[in-house]
Design a protein around this ligand. Sequence first.
Ligand code: PMV
Length: 326
Amino acid sequence: MSKSATAIAHPNIALVKYWGKRDAALNLPAVGSISVTLRELITTTRVEFVADASVDTVTLNQRSDARTTARISKFLDLLRARAGVSTRAIVTSTNNFPTGAGVASSASGFAALALAGSRALGLNLSSTELSLFARQGSGSAARSIYGGFVEMLHGERSDGQDCVAVPLIDENSWPMHVVVGITSRAAKDIGSTDGMEATRQTSPYYDAWIKGAAADLAIARDAIRGRDFARLAQVSEHSCLKMHALMMSADPGLIYWNGATVAAFQTLRNLRKSGVAVFGTIDAGPQIKAICLPEASAIVSAALKQVSGVEEVLVSALGPGARLVD
Ligand code: PMV
């Protein structure tokens, strides 16, 4: 049995958003979602199981902290239970992009960890099983097992076994660029798990959000199959703005934007009005993400760089799913 393995995975950005859990303990989302996987942003994770180690050791970008170690250790317990072992591990992970800056590093992180960890334990899991495991680390991580356009199924079963991501079309079937504008590097006040629970408990709009999700997913799926950019732009912006309206309607309201986020979103809308194939999306943080056709990438990057408060711009094509490396 091989005791170590290294995997790489890419973050993904949701076009149709997930916000809210139907089961917090199993980390089951209350709604499905659709995302794109980003090629140029890379998490590389090595896991080595060490027979005589008494604790898990976790290094993320050359640093260790108790909170990250506890979260990863809990995740490794799931894999250990599956393999029927209790061996501790050394986990070394690096991101080639700003960690914790709202660029979905938990998605790529848990996808890479599920693959490297399971292989290092000698398990040969299917993509479906990897996606199920990754979901338990972070809801959006289930999607980073696959490349291109990916749908996360909300599932019906209470044990969550049908709550898994499925690939829609691969990264070469409809080339797209994602331009990320970083507007702040400050850690967010309220993470997604706490934010989702507060929203579920206090927002008067929560039921309407859940009810609207299936229609948004159907439109987006259709737009992707038909390569209809305008339709995808419309439903994605609608899903994003509905999610943020929902967050703001929690009590107390959650505001993840700053001034530059709003200015950048307006800039993208103005570009689209002028004929550029681009739309914006925003997650639980102040960064702006522009989705565009590759030929629009240069003009979109230049426009975002002009927005006051945008500190850095990253550009990525769509990429493949998680995979093992030597
Ligand atoms: O993966 P989580 O549990 O951190 O949730 C991610 C939620 C959003 O990024 C806001 C939306 C999404 O679908 O990715």
